[in-house]
Write a protein that binds this ligand. Structure first.
Ligand code: NAP
Length: 323
């Protein structure tokens, strides 16, 4: 193995948590390697969920707000300015059972790992949930979307719908009214989960209407979404809603598949870290951001926990003589 393939810190994931960890470890002269991921079915570029977000109004330091992708570009440039190396690829396997830890990129069956590293910072985030309907994967990108920012523009002057009752659904519904003639929010209960301020904004928007106690039971259309079937959970009646676009905003699942057999996690899949720290139970392995946070899930809390992970890694490396 090439000497270059031995690292002090490898950061997996490039959202606010991973890139903050990169900024801090780079400034500590630890020469971090960030493996940032690749485009996926739900995201056309690495950088985490902010790449799919429109206006971010609650990230401190931007009184007028900032677009999510622009914020992530700035995080990335800041990390690179201090020497963080960024690799656009996917980790396919890890072995955290012995030090240094082993990381594979590309073929996971290769006997030799691609990288050895004394510490690993896991910041793989979470990904959008989907409805689990048969036609969903076929129609993704053909009228069905999990990203209003990416796809809203395609629905100018059309009637579209969004599934979900949380902050994401309200934020996206409001954003989509910039393009669509009407946005129907399909929610499975008769009350929203979203914060009061987002509810008030959505209720005040006359292009948004609500279909309460309703779930989408079928997607109609072969090559393109033409309509959805909706069941009213109170009356059990099925109706057809003629829409050309369906946005799904029903929450997220942590990206932990690489680690579930090697690290402790909660029942809902989120990685467990020791109280008030980013340490997992494995020496030299740290977790930060949405992959371990099922409570706050904000860009600012992810960035804060990325900072914690960097400091924890730096102190741990020092303690084992690799600082
Ligand atoms: P969330 O709060 O978990 O809301 C998910 C919504 O989808 C809920 O209304 C839920 O219904 C519904 N849902 C879940 N599974 C469903 C299914 N299979 N079929 C139909 N509906 C389903 O997720 P989120 O909106 O993505 O927000 C995640 C976190 O990020 C929250 O803490 C939120 O406050 C935060 N956030 C904040 C902002 C902001 O401040 N600007 C923006 C976005 C997100 P029930 O209500 O019935 O459970």
């Amino acid at each position: 193995m090439d000497k270059q393939d031995n690292h002090k810190v490898v950061i997996i994931g490039s959202g606010p948590a991973g890139l903050t960890a990169a900024i801090y470890t780079a400034r500590a002269n630890l020469n971090p390697l960030v493996i940032e991921g690749t485009p996926s079915s739900t995201s056309n570029q690495p950088g985490g969920q902010l790449m799919l977000t429109t206006d971010v109004e609650n990230y401190p330091g931007f009184p007028q707000g900032i677009m999510g992708p622009e914020l992530m570009t700035q995080f990335r440039e800041q990390a690179q300015r201090f020497g963080a190396e960024i690799l656009t690829d996917k980790v396919t396997r890890v072995d955290l059972t012995q030090l240094p830890h082993s990381i594979w990129v590309g073929d996971p069956n290769k006997p030799e790992p691609t990288y050895h590293t004394w510490s690993v910072i896991i910041s793989t985030g979470a990904e959008p949930l989907t409805l689990g309907l048969e036609a969903e994967q076929r129609l993704i990108g053909r009228g069905v979307s999990t990203c209003a920012t990416c796809d809203g523009f395609f629905f100018t002057n059309q009637h579209i719908a969004i599934v979900g009752g949380g902050d994401s659904a309200m934020e996206e519904a409001i954003f989509l009214t910039r393009f669509a003639s009407k946005v129907t929010v399909i929610h499975r209960r008769d009350k929203l989960r979203a914060s009061k301020i987002m509810q008030d904004r959505a209720f005040a928007n006359d292009r948004i209407e609500f279909l309460w106690n309703s779930t989408v039971s079928n997607l109609i259309g072969q090559n393109r979404l033409e309509a959805v079937e909706v069941i009213n959970r109170v009356t059990n009646k099925t109706s057809v809603l003629d829409i050309t676009g369906l946005f799904i905003a029903i929450g997220h699942r942590p990206n932990t598949d690489l680690f579930t057999d090697q690290l402790h996690h909660k029942q809902n899949g989120y990685l467990l870290t020791k109280p008030n720290s980013s340490h997992t139970e494995v020496a030299g392995v740290f977790a930060c951001g949405d992959v371990q946070d099922d409570v706050y899930r904000q860009a600012i809390t992810a960035a804060g926990s990325g900072c914690m992970a960097a400091i924890d890694a730096e102190r741990w490396l020092e303690s084992v003589g690799h600082g």
